[in-house]
Design a protein around this ligand. Structure first.
Ligand code: 5AD
Ligand code: SF4
Length: 466
């Protein structure tokens, strides 16, 4: 739908000229939320670069300011509106200096808030849902052509796949995300994803392989295959046959130059035996799996509409350990889901004590409008949620610290991806996703080097190159 934008001025200047030279326009993207949003932002950046825009990390320099938003837990919308308020102030200052700014909002908050975004922030020039971002160039052209344009809002779930309209991408560094699947059909009763990202869609095998090759050709060593429910992947292969994630992992593992593969995020009920066997058969598949259980109580799992019990989950973990005894597990947890009592919570702690997660993410249940759990009557008090989260996190951090400390003295291959704070220091990731700091030559950036671990804390390791 279109809406009048009060703040648009007739004298819009689209290009700055300096000494007769055209200066290209700049864009700034702020990304909130999950790895899928990070991937989406990188594809949006590819698209904008293709259109001749240049990236900047200074918002005040940007002609186009984009917010790629997340709606998974509360406060996301409030955070967005306070960021938008600040962006408006910056845009006003730029306007005083004769520069114009286009403000766009993308992602899951748009899907959930829809027209409300423009009602609350009428200076926003466009808002596109997560399945519509391939329309950005078209929307920008439209906005520029019509100086008195109206704000554009589009939250369609289009029949076409956005992936078919995106330009070829390049490596985002030595580690790149590659979305193979989007959306979710699981409808966990607390979760907005099936509403914001829509039903499951799997990209064809050939498209994934083509993108993976391009990433590898442009410097990627590690590919992280992404999907909201990545292990329900069921894309068509070159002959039209439906294939699963296990098949796809084997295909990606065969590609020249691939040193590491990961896949995120998996749903326990979709951990097939073939997929578990990949952890034995594919040497470049990292020995780390993020497999959210959410709660250890079967009663709560049922109320969450999860299609697994805690027993099913523990059996999967056992099989994974049989396939690869060195595998490290990670999970997401929600505490204070409606109806959760002390006994249910204790069952969550019991699972943690059995699995001994090496990393985990834990959250207080957040009521999301439009989801079934939001209207459940037995909501848990905030104070109780807070107490349970503290107890759970203390236990999780304890296991994480123990695991990190158990690595001291070992040698691990580390993929160095970032400069450290000190000169001569680089930061990388171990196979277990631990952050590791090492003194080494800068030429080792984006390479895998063997490092002996000498120190460990809850959140990072320090090592010496060997
Ligand atoms: N409240 C709290 N946590 C949530 N998550 C998803 N929805 C909610 C919610 N309403 C968590 C789940 C999921 C992770 C991405 O976010 O643990 O796995
Ligand atoms: Fe949300 Fe559940 Fe789907 Fe994960 S599996 S995206 S928690 S609905």
């Amino acid at each position: 739908m279109l809406k009048k934008n009060a703040d648009w001025r007739m004298d819009y200047i689209w290009f700055e000229f300096w000494n007769g030279r055209k200066v290209s326009e700049k864009y700034f993207i702020k990304t909130f939320g999950c790895q899928m949003n990070v991937y989406d932002s990188s594809r949006i950046a590819d698209m904008l670069k293709n259109e001749g825009y240049e990236e900047t990390n200074k918002q005040a320099e940007a002609d186009i300011v984009l917010f790629n938003t997340c709606h998974i837990r509360e406060k996301a919308a409030e955070k967005l509106f306070s960021d938008l308020g600040r962006a408006k102030l910056v845009a006003d200052e730029r306007f005083e200096a004769g520069k114009h700014t286009i403000i766009g909002v993308l992602g899951c908050v748009v899907q959930a808030e829809d027209e409300q975004i423009i009602k609350r922030a009428p200076y926003v020039n466009f808002a596109l849902g997560p399945l519509m971002y391939h329309k950005i160039p078209e929307v920008l052209r439209k906005i520029k052509a019509d100086k008195e344009h109206e704000s554009v809002v589009n939250t369609d779930f289009p029949a076409e796949s956005k992936f078919d309209f995106l330009p070829e991408n390049k490596a985002q560094g030595a580690c790149s995300f590659l979305a193979i699947q989007e959306g979710c059909n699981n409808f966990c009763t607390y979760c907005v994803v099936p509403y914001t990202r829509g039903v499951e869609y799997s990209r064809p095998v050939a498209d994934v392989i083509k993108e993976a090759k391009r990433l590898l050709d442009t410097g990627t060593l590690e590919i992280n295959l992404l999907g909201q429910n990545v292990n329900s992947y069921h894309g068509e292969d070159e002959s039209g046959k439906e294939r699963d994630l296990a098949y796809l992992l084997h295909r990606v593992a065969e590609l020249d130059g691939v040193k590491r593969i990961r896949y995120t995020t998996s749903y326990p009920a979709d951990m097939s035996d073939d997929l578990i066997a990949c952890h034995k058969d594919i040497d470049v598949l990292m020995p780390y799996l993020h497999l959210p259980i959410q709660s250890g109580s079967d009663r709560i799992l049922k109320a969450m509409n999860r299609r697994h019990t805690s027993g099913d989950y523990l059996r999967i973990v056992e099989k994974l350990h049989k396939a690869n005894p060195n595998i490290g597990m990670s999970s997401d947890f929600i505490v204070g889901f409606p109806g959760e009592n002390d006994e249910d919570f204790q069952k969550t702690l019991d699972v943690v004590n059995q699995v001994k997660y090496i990393q985990a993410f834990s959250f207080k249940y957040s009521r999301r409008a439009g989801t079934p759990a939001a209207v459940m009557e037995n909501q848990v008090e905030e104070k109780v949620k807070k107490e349970r989260l503290e107890i759970l996190q203390t236990l999780l951090f304890d296991y994480q610290t123990k695991f990190n400390k158990s690595c001291v003295g070992k040698v691990m291959p580390v993929l160095l991806e970032q400069k450290g704070r000190h000169k001569g220091q680089l930061i990388g990731r171990t196979p277990y996703m631990q952050n590791l700091h090492v003194e080494t030559k800068s030429a080792n950036m984006n390479k895998i080097v063997n490092v002996k671990i000498v120190e460990a804390t809850t959140n990072s390791l320090t090592g010496e190159e060997i």
